[in-house]
Design a protein around this ligand. Structure first.
Ligand code: ADP
Length: 383
């Protein structure tokens, strides 16, 4: 009988130990499951953060051809709501409102699903705004799916186009005087007899065109230098002295002109780079002379205020039509090409002025009345 009690006791103890160990393993399992769930949540959150912080629009297509993941950027670019696309067949991209982007995206996904090789294409959306996109489709080997990236490369494209346009303009402006020089040089070579007057006149034209080329190359190099110079090392300088110096230099070349100067203080200190500021003022003053009937009448005013120094350079010349006020600061832009060319201009002077003002955080703009005159306004912020 005693044995039975001992046996029963042992069985109860064993059962208790067994239940405890089962409870322990259950607890461990549920801890692991919680950890796993937490890990999966973390992974999902990381994936979402990664997707939403991408510069590109991104979507993924699974092996079954269904769209399994999208970021907000891709939805905005394609013009479609998340619930109309997520989990749907990639062919549903047809429903997106920006067809110029959606249809090539669909084609590219199809191609990569079939060929399992990375592919890309270039798409121009909205001929008017000329938005350029690079579509890149990458196969996902394990999932047999595809990642599609939509990259807005309009800015890069614009820089490329500006560069191409610049080279085309520069070559054209250089080729014109070169052709003239060559033409006159050949004339001199071919003519058996040349009167002294004609000889002088041809030589003078050759020299004028050489000067034109020289001035253009010099201006282009100046523009490139300033552009590549990085931030300027600005130092306190007296605007009154700089304008006196600039006006003095112009009067030395054109003694017949009249310049009136009005400054509301004897000394007006701003932060600047003296040589560049003088170059900018001289370029503006030169134009005032160039585009005015002789003798040019120019007025220079500085109004030193509490928060800004406001400068005006005014002429009584031919003026600029309102449609060109902003464009005159563009490279190679001239209101009247033939007129400017006759005066030896190629539309670079004011782009140098603009870049100098940008580097000084100064604003420059123009107002004008054709036939009455032009005013250049410059505002330097007080530091
Ligand atoms: P350019 O060397 O041809 O003068 P700029 O860049 O200096 O080039 O000027 C661009 C264009 O702006 C000029 O071709 C001219 O049409 C116009 N312009 C500039 N300054 C004046 C001015 N003071 N009066 C009238 N037109 C001007």
């Amino acid at each position: 009988m005693e044995y039975i009690y001992i046996l029963a006791g042992c069985l109860i103890v064993a059962a208790l130990l067994y239940v405890r160990s089962i409870r322990k393993s259950f607890a461990e399992m549920s801890d692991r499951a919680a950890l796993f769930a937490k890990g999966a949540d973390l992974l999902r959150a990381e994936k979402r953060a990664l997707l939403e912080n991408l510069e590109e629009g991104a979507l993924t297509v699974d092996g079954g051809g269904r769209i399994s993941c999208v970021n907000i950027k891709v939805l905005n670019l394609l013009g479609i709501a998340q619930d109309r696309i997520l989990g749907k067949e990639y062919r549903e991209l047809d429903r997106a409102s920006v067809k110029e982007l959606a249809l090539p995206s669909k084609k590219l996904i199809e191609r990569v699903l079939n060929e399992k090789e990375r592919a890309h294409s270039h798409v121009v959306v909205n001929e008017l705004l000329k938005m350029h996109f690079e579509l890149i489709a990458i196969p996902i080997p394990q999932a047999e799916g595809v990642i599609l990236l939509l990259k807005d490369c309009s800015n890069e494209q614009k820089i490329l186009e500006v560069g191409k346009e610049f080279i085309a303009n520069a070559s054209h402006e250089l080729r014109t005087p070169l052709t003239i020089i060559r033409g006159f040089a050949e004339t001199l070579k071919d003519l058996e007899e040349v009167s002294e007057g004609m000889y002088e006149s041809i030589l003078e034209k050759i020299i004028r065109n050489c000067e034109r080329m020289e001035s253009l190359v010099k201006n282009l190099l100046t523009l490139a230098d300033i552009e590549n110079s990085g931030p300027l090392s600005l130092a306190p300088c007296d605007l009154v002295a700089l304008l006196d110096e600039s006006c003095g230099q112009i009067i030395a070349i054109h003694p017949e002109i009249h310049i009136e100067q009005f400054y509301n203080e004897d000394q007006i200190i701003i932060l600047g780079e003296e040589t560049l500021l003088i170059l900018a003022f001289i370029n503006i003053l030169k134009n005032c002379v160039k585009y005015s009937p002789r003798p040019a009448q120019i007025k220079v005013t500085i109004d030193s205020r509490e928060d800004e120094v406001y400068l005006q350079i005014e002429d009584k010349g031919v003026g600029i039509p309102e449609g060109s006020w902003e464009r005159i600061f563009d490279r190679f832009y001239t209101v009247d090409k033939t007129h400017s060319r006759r005066l030896g201009g190629a539309g670079i002077g004011l782009s140098i002025v603009k870049i100098i003002m940008d580097k000084h955080d100064a604003k420059i703009w123009v107002t004008s009345q054709p036939g009455v005159g032009t005013t250049f306004h410059i505002s330097f912020l007080r530091t």
